[in-house]
Design a protein around this ligand. Structure first.
Ligand SMILES: [Ca+2]
Length: 329
């Protein structure tokens, strides 16, 4: 549309439309050409059961008849969060490649270049299934992108790529960011207690030290497809001291099992904890949940430590399990 062209009897309106079209097509989340876009802008690490993936430059190897795989995972992610991707192979595979598909940039072919770099994860031994854990940067330029995965056999022969379309829910970040991701249509809740003793969760979303829960998913089994929660302290506000992270299985909403991953980013250093829930859930509130981690923050404004009251806790939040009601005449 933007090629030079001869326009007979061009009207001012036509010229204005063409100019607008050219400006629109030139808009891009990336300031430079696609050659400078790298996988680090979408995924900052890839690992499998503790085996860290190697960050490689250039394009990943092309499929050459190796193992065929299928992939599964939560198609919803948050910036600064994690995603666990299940990889199943028809035959054993010894390594997994992770890259960002060309469709992310609007290219026709998924595996065509466009975004440089990839991850290569070398498994300890050939296997037919693996869980790939990805981490995402606190700033992701696009809201939709394609994760591509391929597996290679022990001889290094690569199989066809499998795609996992991914949508980003933008959340807050800061000196501290704790995210929770899970893989089923159940209601899981993230709770974080700051050094001041205040507990942040769905029933009390902010604390006096600046902490905030800004994403709550599947509340009372109102399934929203997000399956992520996020609690942050802004830059310069997170107080020094001990933080406690808990995860509560509020309701299984009818599923048999829920796998979850918690990522803690404490000023750039952090940890990831994975686990699962089975059973019904406890419809828990203040003080509920499974302890998954504690961590220390060395710097930050001093907090006024407030002992947790045991006599009169704050009132429980209004979170009512949705039930089907039958209308009687
Ligand atoms: Ca929830």
């Amino acid at each position: 549309m933007c090629r030079r062209r001869t326009i007979r009897a061009a009207t001012f309106m036509t010229m204005s439309w063409l100019l607008a079209a050219c400006q629109q097509s030139a808009q891009s989340p990336f300031s430079a050409s696609s050659e400078s876009v790298s996988i680090d802008q979408f995924a900052t690490s890839a690992s499998a059961d503790g085996t860290e993936g190697l960050r490689r430059s250039g394009t990943a190897p092309s499929p050459a008849g190796g193992p065929t795989i299928t992939v599964s995972g939560n198609p919803s992610v948050v910036n600064g969060g994690t995603l666990a991707v299940g990889v199943q192979g028809a035959t054993p595979f010894a390594s997994v490649y992770v890259l960002i598909g060309g469709k992310t940039l609007g290219l026709a072919a998924e595996a065509a270049g466009g975004i440089s770099g990839h991850y290569e994860i070398r498994l300890p031994a050939p296997q037919t299934s693996a869980t790939i854990l990805l981490t995402f940067p606190q700033a992701i330029a696009l809201t939709d992108f394609q994760l591509l995965f391929a597996a290679a056999n022990a001889a290094g022969v690569v199989g066809p790529y499998a795609a996992l379309p991914t949508r980003v829910t933008q959340v807050g970040t800061g000196d501290i960011q704790v995210t929770l991701s899970w893989d089923a249509d159940s209601d899981v809740d993230l709770h974080v207690i700051g050094p001041d003793g205040e507990e942040i969760y769905y029933g009390s979303r902010t604390s006096s030290s600046g902490g905030e829960l800004d994403l709550d998913s599947n509340a009372a089994c109102a399934i929203d497809g997000v399956r992520n929660e996020n609690i942050t302290w802004p830059v310069g506000r997170a107080p020094a001291g001990t933080y406690t992270v808990r995860v509560d299985y509020w309701d299984n909403c009818g599923v048999d099992r829920t796998n979850y991953t918690v990522r803690i980013n404490n000023g750039g250093s952090g940890q990831i904890v994975s686990g699962f829930f089975a059973g019904l859930g406890d419809q828990g509130s203040l003080g509920s949940g499974r302890l998954v981690a504690t961590f220390e923050r060395q710097t930050g404004p001093a907090s006024t430590v407030t002992p947790i009251s045991t006599g009169s806790p704050r009132p429980a939040a209004q979170k009512v399990r949705r039930t089907v009601t039958t209308k009687h005449d």
